[in-house]
Design a protein around this ligand. Sequence first.
Ligand code: HEM
Length: 180
Amino acid sequence: MQLSTMDLDTFSQASLLGFAALTAYILTLLPTNLRIVFPLTRKTGFPQWLLKYRRVIGLLSFFLAVLHGFIFFKQRNFDLFDIKTYFVYFQGVSSFIILTLLAITSNDWSVKRLKKNWKKLQILTYLAMFLVTWHIWDKMAGHWTYLTPVGIAAITATIVLFLGRVLIDRQSRQQQNQPK
Ligand code: HEM
């Protein structure tokens, strides 16, 4: 694939909203992963800042995704009562459902009510990470805009960071379980 700027399309408002939703969503994933994989970043105060505003950044991501999805639903005359629509937009719709669940439960009342289940629900955010990546690859295939390579590079870096964190978590658990 030749990736000169000539091959890239200009992006629509709806694409820009999708990109903004993706950026905000990535910011919600960063603090925990950065803290574990690059502990030195703590000194910058950046992970702490992201953690402090994570809830509001997550809500922002959700609202941007609502606008992004809504514009495409209107523009492309999707039939909401046709099951085929949900097959074609499976990745986008399922990551949107996850963002909706996380947005609805991102309040103190839900944290208290759901207790341990709230933590379990948060794990879905990592599933959304893969679904959104798939969504972009699938929907943008053959007509990348200027935003697409940036979006794909950013979400891929986030996935690599997440995998690094999983590895570190696993190693430290193994070390803890070793007989002394
Ligand atoms: C109801 C759910 C969704 C629908 C129907 C939908 C629809 C679409 C469509 C049709 C495209 C292709 C745009 C084009 O051909 O130019 C697209 C691209 C994209 N979507 Fe979604 N989407 C949904 C959810 C999401 C979510 C939840 C996110 C992020 C959190 C997202 C982020 C993106 C991004 C980053 C692109 C690529 C934009 C570019 O590179 O120019 N989408 N979406």
